[in-house]
Design a protein. Structure first.
Length: 210
């Protein structure tokens, strides 16, 4: 049961062909009954390429930016950011620790999306009101379904906005014996394939191991 006296902001992200495909996010605010105001879509962001996790974060960031710029509401002391993203909910408390360690985890590995996490933390502290994040399974409520459709519409439209912090290419750990344990961006890397065993098979075929 969500706090009926709080402002509820439902957020969602969408990405086709994640990562790197058409992406978008949306947010819809539900006001407390005492304010007698209709639900309002406050975020509508669509770009040509990003990732689903970045869009989930972007929806929260733009929602908090709206809270900060919209002033205060009579007797509203709390804002609930309602998200279906496990990525956001599981890491919102950890992000402060990552920031203190230069956006690395306890193993020294770089954390993804540091630019957006940094913006989210700053906006949360400057919102001027208490902000809590609540997980709710997607499309279980009418507003959950509505914000899901809005995020998908923004992603399908795409092209209008730009996620300037998105960097294409996956990140992986080196598998070379004696290689670095640090994760590295795979984009722009050169793939080297080395054959090391060749066996002459029957019927003239060769079996080569790489």
């Amino acid at each position: 049961m969500l706090d009926p006296h709080a402002l509820h902001i439902y957020t969602d992200g969408s990405c086709y062909k994640n990562p790197g495909g058409q992406s978008g996010c949306a947010a819809i605010v539900h006001f407390p009954e005492k304010l007698n105001r209709p639900d309002e879509q406050i975020v509508d962001f669509g770009c040509s390429e990003s990732s689903i996790n970045r869009m989930e974060l972007m929806a929260c960031i733009k929602a908090l930016d709206w809270v900060r710029n919209s002033g205060s509401w009579a007797n509203v002391m709390r804002v609930l950011i309602v998200t279906d993203s496990q990525y956001v909910i599981q890491n919102i408390a950890r992000a402060w620790g990552w920031k203190k360690m230069g956006w690395r985890n306890v193993h020294g590995e770089w954390k993804f999306n540091a630019d957006l996490w940094d913006r989210l933390l700053k906006l949360r502290t400057k919102a001027g009101v208490r902000v809590d994040f609540v997980w709710q399974k997607g499309k279980r409520t009418e507003l959950g379904k509505k914000v899901d459709r809005a995020a998908k519409t923004a992603a399908q439209r795409s092209g209008i906005d730009v996620d300037r912090g998105y960097r294409p290419g996956s990140v992986c750990r080196s598998m070379v014996i004696g290689g670095t344990a640090q994760r590295f961006p795979a984009s722009g890397q050169v793939l080297v394939v080395r054959p090391y065993v060749k066996k002459i098979m029957h019927k003239g075929d060769n079996q080569i191991s790489f």
